[in-house]
Write a protein that binds this ligand. Structure first.
Ligand code: SF4
Ligand code: SF4
Length: 144
């Protein structure tokens, strides 16, 4: 299946992927209305240090520890895509502790959120990928 892959050699540390992610998942049609004057809460996050930067996002693992650890069945895998059903999440954060990549994060609502490849929002494909000005994030099928 297609996954998001990140190349730190091309990341500019501009954080635009975070803004495109927050916008894509905001439910708003207008970027200013979605993000203007607000603290954004993206599902992809830039890590920076020692002169390099790179985007951290869900790898949609073949054997996802977040799904295994979820105590309510809110975290599921379907056709290789790992998703959280926020209506079933109780905010215990077991998945946050389980994920080896730091790809699950608290949502403003008190439950959790993660990258779901923009398959369920109006974009239909990862907004971080199309928003990255330097092609440091790609969405493609690779042999693992
Ligand atoms: S949230 Fe973490 S453990 Fe779960 S599929 Fe994504 S990278 Fe893997
Ligand atoms: S925080 Fe929610 S999704 Fe994560 S393990 Fe707990 S119930 Fe499952």
């Amino acid at each position: 299946m297609k996954r998001i892959y990140v190349d730190e050699n091309w990341c500019l540390g501009c954080h635009l992927c975070e803004y495109y992610c927050a916008f894509a998942n905001s439910g708003e049609a207008d970027m200013v209305r979605a993000l203007g004057g607000k603290k954004i809460s993206p599902r992809i996050q830039i890590e920076e240090g020692s002169g390099i930067s790179f985007a951290v996002s869900c790898r949609h693992c073949e054997e996802p520890l977040c799904v295994k650890g979820c105590i309510t069945g809110a975290m599921t895998i379907k056709d290789g895509v790992i998703s959280v059903d926020q209506s079933r999440c109780v905010g215990c954060y077991t998945c946050i502790l389980s994920c080896p990549y730091g790809a699950v994060m608290p949502a403003e609502s008190g439950v959790v959120q993660k990258c779901q490849l923009c398959l369920e929002n109006s974009c239909g494909k990862p907004a971080c990928v199309s928003g990255c000005p330097n092609h440091a994030i790609v969405y493609e099928e690779r042999t693992l």
